[in-house]
Ligand binder design. Structure first.
Ligand code: F6P
Length: 329
């Protein structure tokens, strides 16, 4: 079998570990893996990973060290051309021309949406792996990259707290999560932030300011608020404005962590999950499956139809949110 693997959408630490696992698991069973560069866009352009021997394949030896590498060696992109029916039909032609039997796309909701469209034009098998720092897909308790993103954000907040403390200031730290509060919630919990704002709940300024007043009158001289970029009241800059309008008792500064969270050496958790999912994708292909994502649930691989993975965003734990809110006294 010839299996194509690619990364698509926002890159996530651990994507390389996932590719490595797919290559090694497939090679062990006598299958060939070809790396498609730059996601769907690279597929349309017939861009493949060429090994030192000049051949377009990924060998177990080539990927030997990839588990520890951040970024996406296969590159990633978001393709406007592939969003059109013409692009999807052309992608299917390219897959036929290069004799692919199966595909492993690694990405998030946009990637799997694309996989559903491609499956209507192409007869091969498609089994995806969840790769997005946002952790917002249904059908899995984890998406590759989440742990590293949270670690990066927590390290940043630890540093920010030092300067916040020196200057008796409040910092509003914006983390990624276009539609999801996962990174913000976990970062707030792990960094000991005072307040968190996420898209899943109403961000109530009178309540936040009364909490800040309480903290200040209890002797606290600085504060940290973690904000998901997709909060319904806006990012750090907008929320800062709202707080000022509501007489925030602290002098404030804002920090947007942005793409910093997508880089760096993947944590052991990301490497482990990515390896399990990459191997799981190959096992699913060999078992004849198609049109599904390999997620995990309690350390077991579970398969979910692509359509089910993005029909809404995975809800955050209200219990965890309650814990953050209990910390503000
Ligand atoms: O990977 C998901 C994500 O990190 C979102 O949280 C964020 O809004 C988006 O990617 C931004 O990605 P880009 O700048 O690459 O379009």
């Amino acid at each position: 079998m010839r299996i194509g693997v690619f990364c698509s959408g926002g890159d996530a630490p651990g994507m390389n570990a996932c590719v490595r696992a797919a290559v090694r698991a497939a090679s062990k069973q006598g299958h060939e893996v070809v790396g498609i560069l730059r996601g769907y866009e690279g597929l349309l352009n017939e861009e493949f990973y060429i090994d030192f021997d000049g051949k377009k394949h990924l060998t177990p030896y080539r990927v030997a060290t990839w588990a520890a590498h951040g970024g996406a060696h296969l590159r990633s992109s978001r393709s406007d051309r592939f969003r059109t029916l013409e692009g999807q039909m052309y992608a299917a032609e390219v897959l036929r021309k290069h004799s692919f039997d199966a595909l492993i796309p690694i990405g998030g909701d946009g990637t799997f949406n694309g996989a559903v469209a491609l499956a209507k034009q192409w007869e091969g098998q498609i089994v995806g792996c969840p790769g997005t720092i946002d952790n917002d897909l249904l059908g899995t308790d984890y998406t590759i990259g989440f742990s590293t993103a949270v670690q990066t954000a927590v390290e940043a907040v630890d540093k920010i707290r030092d300067t916040a403390s020196s200057h008796d200031r409040m910092f509003l730290v914006e983390v990624m999560g276009r539609h999801s509060g996962y990174i913000a919630l976990y970062t707030a919990l792990a960094s000991g932030a005072d307040i968190v704002a996420i898209p899943e709940t109403d961000t109530n300024f009178p309540e936040i300011v009364s909490c800040l007043n309480r903290l200040k009158s209890s002797g606290q001289t600085m504060a940290i608020m973690v904000i998901a970029e997709g909060d319904e009241k806006g990012g750090a800059a907008e929320i800062d404005e709202h707080l000022k309008e509501h007489d925030c008792p602290f002098q404030t500064r804002t920090v947007v962590l942005g793409h910093l969270q997508r880089g760096g050496v993947p944590t052991p958790e990301d490497r482990r999950r990515a390896t399990q999912m990459g191997a799981g994708a190959v096992a699913a292909i060999i078992a004849g499956m198609s049109g599904v994502m390999v997620g995990t649930q309690d350390d077991q691989c579970v398969l979910t139809k692509f359509e089910e993975t993005f029909k809404s965003h995975r809800p955050v734990s209200l219990e965890l949110l309650k814990v953050v809110n209990e910390m503000d006294s």
